[in-house]
Every structure is written in structure tokens, then in C-alpha cells.
Design a protein around this ligand. Structure first.
Ligand code: GLU
Length: 303
């Protein structure tokens, strides 16, 4: 079966899936997204692009943005970043404060909220929020080859207005000396990065820099690239990272907007979006669709 047929079949099945999960409501602007939406896009290492369903509809990438900020921070800071954030799966919810107290303000990994706040804080060193967001947007636009990608200001404002929990994480880390900028400034940059809006097509294209291979864009050196993929595999799906690795067998990063970016190293960058989330906060249908795609293509990092 070729890829377009595989995608078409997944799209047909997902269109009629009865259990679509629940759309996130804690960011009010996301609560009104139609749970019937489903889109998927695959950008292959040989330059082809396959899309199905709502693959052209922009959505809020939320925590998928953490992959891009990590790439930028590793480029700027290199290994010293790991003095401020760990590389272990958390085994806790994405916004948990519990572990942070036990571990003296050093977040477990860069993909839980506390860790992502530290990464954003590192990017802010000596620069304004506008500079950091311009660098981030420039990186994503160039990676995707698409200058139209932007930030949804309404989503950023909505999260800022209900961002007490992230503010608490930031202040707690500041109390432990693990924040260099005022907590409100780091949070403001973080809320904007999470509010980047992209379609599945744009996200799959943007993810190509993580695929490797002779014809893929090279935006970062091989060593940080492998590390980002390792973290996506072990920490990319919050407290369900093990389950995603078990079911899909490929590194991925999800966001509460219902998007997931998955990389099949040397083969493809894949984006899926369906806004209804499962109980772990990952896209319900997105996870199932990725599982099916991996099974049908035999793409895995374990063979
Ligand atoms: N902006 C969201 C938050 O910080 C991102 C969470 C996510 O996508 O996992 O709560």
C-alpha cells in the first residue's frame, strides 16, 4: 500500500471514530475548537508531501513549540543548558509542581512546562522577548519554508489570563535561583511561543530538520539532533511517553492543542492534529492515527 492510500484510509477511519477525546478547556480560547477536526501530513525524506483531512487548517501547536525552542537553546548554550534542566521522564502531569519541590527547582526535562520555561528563560538571556520570538518564528518559518506562520495573539492572551499555574512554576524556580529573568517576562515569552499557529502541512515541513538524510534541511548539528529525538522518545508525551513509545515506536512531541509531531529518522516528518485529548492530555485520534501509520509503514526506531 502506498503512503497516500494509507493516509486516505486513516483519514476515513478517523472521520467516523466515535471517541474523540475532550478538547482542552483550561486555555479558554482552545475550548471552542471543533472536536470533529482531523488532519495529517507526511513530509518524506525524498521530498514528497502527503496530506489528508484538515491538513491545511491552522491550529495552536502549544507544547510542540518546545522542540523548536530546545533546538535554539542547545544551539546557543550547548551542554551548559543541562545544568538547569534534566533529561529524565517525569512520570507526572505536564504542569506538575510536586516534583519540582523535591528536586530543588530543577525540572526533570525540557518538555514538561517547568523545563520548557527554563529553556525559554535561557533563550531570553541578554535579549528582549520580541527578539526571542522573532528568532523562534524565523527558525520555524525557515524550517517549513513558509513565511506565513505566525502567533495567534488571542490564544497567547487567553493563556496569559489563565496562566497562574505556569506563573507558579516560574516563581518557584526563581525562588531556587533557576530563572534569570523576571517570572512574568519568561511566562509571557512562553505563552507566545505556545500560541504559534500552524497547519499539519506546515508542521510536517518544519519538522524535516529533525529527519536527517542527504536531502533534508540541516538546521542543527547531528549531536543535538539525536538528543532532541531521544528526549522526544522518552519525554514527548508527558506521563504517557512510555505508552506512545510502545504503541508508535517513534519519537514524538504532543501539545494540548491536539497536535503531534513525529519523526521517523531518515524517512519522514509527520504531523497530526485532532483537538480532542485523552486522559493524559495527548490527542486521542492523533495517537491512534500515528499508531496505524507506524504499523502500516513499518517505520520504527527499533529495527
Ligand atoms: N501552553 C500550554 C501550557 O503551558 C502548553 C501545554 C501543552 O501543550 O502541553 O499549559
Amino acid at each position: 500500500m502506498d503512503l497516500s492510500e494509507i493516509l486516505a484510509r486513516i483519514g476515513r477511519d478517523m472521520a467516523v471514530a466515535p471517541d474523540r477525546g475532550k478538547v482542552a478547556t483550561y486555555i479558554p480560547e482552545l475550548a471552542c475548537i471543533d472536536p470533529a477536526r482531523f488532519g495529517m501530513a507526511v513530509a518524506t525524506a525524498d521530498g514528497q508531501l502527503f496530506c489528508v483531512g484538515d491538513a491545511e487548517v491552522p491550529f495552536s501547536i502549544q507544547s510542540v513549540s518546545k522542540v523548536f525552542t530546545l533546538a535554539l537553546a542547545l544551539g546557543r548554550q550547548g551542554e551548559t543548558l543541562w545544568q538547569r534542566v534534566g533529561r529524565e521522564p517525569s512520570g507526572h502531569a505536564f504542569n506538575s509542581i510536586l516534583q519540582l519541590e523535591h528536586e530543588a527547582g530543577i525540572p526533570r526535562n525540557p518538555f514538561i512546562n517547568a523545563g520548557a520555561l527554563v529553556v525559554t528563560d535561557a533563550l531570553l538571556a541578554g535579549r528582549s522577548r520580541d527578539d526571542v520570538l522573532a528568532e523562534l518564528l524565523g527558525f520555524v518559518r525557515q524550517a517549513a519554508g513558509d513565511d506565513t506562520i505566525g502567533i495567534d495573539a488571542a490564544v497567547a492572551a487567553s493563556e496569559a489570563a489563565h496562566g497562574d499555574r505556569n506563573a507558579a512554576l516560574a516563581h518557584f524556580m526563581a525562588a531556587h535561583g533557576n530563572l534569570r529573568n523576571p517570572a512574568h517576562e519568561t511566562c509571557a515569552a512562553y505563552f507566545n511561543q505556545c500560541a504559534i499557529e500552524m497547519s499539519c502541512r506546515q508542521l510536517a515541513l518544519a519538522g524535516r530538520f529533525l529527519v536527517g538524510g542527504p536531502d533534508m534541511p540541516r538546521r542543527i548539528p547531528p549531536s543535538p539532533l539525536r538528543r532532541i529525538l531521544a528526549l522526544m522518545m522518552t519525554c514527548g508525551h508527558y506521563d504517557a511517553s512510555g505508552d506512545f513509545a510502545f504503541r508508535v515506536g517513534l519519537p514524538g512531541k504532543s501539545g494540548v492543542g491536539g497536535g503531534i509531531l513525529v519523526i521517523a529518522p531518515g524517512r519522514a516528518s509527520i504531523a497530526v492534529w485532532s483537538p480532542g485529548l485523552n486522559t493524559n492530555g495527548n490527542s486521542q485520534l492523533g495517537t491512534i492515527a500515528m499508531e496505524r501509520l507506524a504499523a502500516k509503514t513499518d517505520w520504527t526506531v527499533f529495527s
